[in-house]
Design a binder for this molecule. Structure first.
Ligand SMILES: NC(=O)c1ccc[n+]([C@@H]2O[C@H](COP(=O)([O-])OP(=O)(O)OC[C@H]3O[C@@H](n4cnc5c(N)ncnc54)[C@H](O)[C@@H]3O)[C@@H](O)[C@H]2O)c1
Length: 258
């Protein structure tokens, strides 16, 4: 197995893309710690990892909080003995036009999506370089490569993740640590589905949420079909294995972005 004897951490791993990535890493042989703001769902994913015969642990974290993040990395490194692969996936979305956007909306999205990736990467780099091995995978978005209406703050946070990733990759390039960004396209998680998700909020008059979801897949994506958490897991396993791919922002988006 590709990732046998490797240890991994996935933030926001309780559901959605994070859960898909955690399962793919576990299927490839890694032991996987699951960290989430919601400890109950983190435990559910950890049980699924254990059902594959891997070690797991579930931990509560708020990635926007420096003490919480430092505590998390210490706990994972102690429990597993070392940390090889870190997927900084936790993120939030909010949908506001530039006219509606408040300073508080901006701060919250930047705190979780951009500062959260910075805090996690910094803490992970305390434990990885001494072993001359590390794989950091920051989950950005196609919204980190292209702007979208009503998502200016979200896009700004994801452009920040990609710039940060490229810069840090160069800083640690001789430490055996690679740092890459994974950019999902459209995945039918809580961010898209339901009345409060993007397809619910971007409904046309008289359109159902389901019809809006179908329309967005067909109009936004050249392949016409949404991606899955499993698709993101495949790229995460590749990035966790590749020694000489670093500083990149790779999209899994059915041909949407460059
Ligand atoms: N779904 C998509 O189409 C899509 C597209 C591009 C990028 N992304 C990115 O993928 C990542 C995962 O999104 P998803 O679609 O699975 O969303 P999701 O809402 O289903 O999952 C996000 C997870 O992050 C956790 N989380 C939120 N705030 C946190 C915090 N402060 N600390 C720790 N955990 C926290 C949540 O509890 C949840 O388990 C996010 O970074 C998101 O921006 C998603």
């Amino acid at each position: 197995m590709q990732l046998k004897d490797k240890t991994a951490l996935v933030t926001g791993g309780g559901r959605g893309i994070g859960q898909g990535i955690a399962m793919a890493l576990a299927e490839a042989g890694a032991d996987v710690a699951i960290a989430d703001l919601d400890i109950a769902i983190a435990r559910e994913t950890a049980s699924k990892v254990e059902a594959l015969g891997r070690k797991s642990l579930a931990l509560k974290v708020d990635v926007a909080d420096v003490d919480s993040v430092n505590h998390l990395i210490d706990e994972v490194a102690t429990a597993f003995g070392h940390l090889d692969i870190a997927v900084n996936n936790a993120g939030i979305i909010s949908i506001k036009s530039i006219a509606e956007l408040s300073a508080g909306d901006w701060d919250r999205v930047m705190a979780v999506n951009a500062k959260g990736v910075f805090l996690c990467t910094q803490a992970e780099l305390r434990v990885m370089p001494p072993r001359q091995f590390g794989r950091i995978i920051n989950v950005a978005s196609i919204a980190g490569k292209l702007g979208f209406p009503d998502l200016s703050h979200y896009s700004a946070s994801k452009f920040a993740v990609i710039g940060f990733t490229n810069a840090v990759a160069k800083e640690v390039a001789t430490d055996g640590v690679t740092v890459n960004a994974l950019c999902p396209g459209i995945v039918g998680t809580g961010m898209w589905r339901g009345d409060e998700g993007l397809s619910g909020r971007w409904r046309q008059e008289g359109e159902s949420e389901e019809a809006s979801w179908e329309r967005h897949q067909k109009t936004l994506l050249p392949q016409g079909v949404a991606q899955t958490p499993e698709d993101m897991g495949q790229l995460a396993v590749y990035l966790a294995s590749a020694a000489h791919v670093t500083g990149q922002a790779i999209a899994v988006d059915g041909g949407f972005s460059l």
